[in-house]
Design a binder for this molecule. Structure first.
Ligand code: FES
Length: 63
């Protein structure tokens, strides 16, 4: 099995304490419910369920 620890990751997912998931890299985000497709380099996804702009974090978690 290949050791990938030394390779530079193409996408990084960070679990932010008490907040969203921050995803960095070449991202294509698809949401089947609203039929959105977003190509971007960074996205913050809500994990608390309070965002009025799901699946994106709108910082409602901080209120
Ligand atoms: S994680 Fe930020 S609004 Fe839900």
């Amino acid at each position: 099995m290949e050791n990938n620890d030394k390779k530079e990751p193409s996408t990084v997912v960070e679990v932010l304490d008490g907040g969203p998931l921050r995803i960095k890299g070449h991202i294509v985000l698809k949401d089947l419910k609203r039929d959105i497709t977003k190509a971007c380099e960074e996205v913050m996804l809500c994990t608390c369920g309070e965002s009025a702009n799901k699946p994106f974090c709108d910082r409602s978690h901080a209120r």
